[in-house]
Write a protein that binds this ligand. Structure first.
Ligand code: GDP
Ligand code: MG
Length: 175
């Protein structure tokens, strides 16, 4: 655990995206290796931390979850303050949640540091028969907007560790 460890870096990363795309479950999977089938939107801002080693340095990831404030413009500037990374999450079975990525990105860029590392995440890839967002559409958007991109499943644990490690490594490299 985090006990009695020398921390070299603390990196704040914010999760953003529509309600019910799986932000809270991605964080639960990464931070506690847990998944809650009946996850409910809760009110207020929360974060969880996980300490990991990158390039022989001890990095404490502080991952913030919007917890029920996903209405347009409801996320306050305090949420974005000091963030060095952001994960823009959509549900690949809900086209609308992907279409809203441009607006979340605009809001993020309006609040965040210009050097913030941003990763686009298409979650729920376990539901492939219900896919509503082709991988190529997301790749094209990510390329145009200069974002990293990955498809994940918080349920099956696919790419969850990898996407957090990828963004934290990129953050480490530029800080
Ligand atoms: P949030 O509002 O973005 O925080 O979304 P939640 O993490 O609360 O998840 C919303 C719903 O989607 C819950 O019923 C979760 O169990 C479900 N869910 C989250 N991630 C996945 C996933 O990767 N696959 C599937 N099939 N369901 C998921
Ligand atoms: Mg949530």
């Amino acid at each position: 655990g985090d006990y009695n460890q020398k921390i070299d870096y603390v990196f704040k990363v914010v999760l953003i995206g529509d309600s019910a795309v799986g932000k809270t479950q991605l964080l639960a999977r990464f931070a506690r290796n847990a998944f809650n089938v009946d996850s409910k939107a809760t009110i207020g801002v929360e974060f969880q931390t996980k300490t990991l080693i990158i390039d022989n340095k001890t990095v404490k990831a502080q991952i913030w979850d919007t917890a029920g404030q996903e209405r347009y413009r409801a996320v306050t500037s305090a949420y974005y303050r000091g963030a060095v990374g952001a994960m823009l999450v959509y549900d690949m079975t809900k086209r609308q949640s992907f279409d809203h990525m441009a607006r979340w990105l605009e809001e993020l860029r309006g609040h965040a540091d210009k050097n913030i590392v941003i990763m686009l995440i298409g979650n729920k890839c376990d539901l492939s028969s219900l896919r509503a967002v082709p991988t190529e559409d997301a790749e094209e958007f990510a390329q145009r907007e200069n974002l990293f991109f990955m498809e994940t499943s918080a349920l099956e644990s696919t790419n969850v560790e990898t996407c957090f490690l990828t963004i934290l490594t990129k953050i480490y490299q530029i800080n």
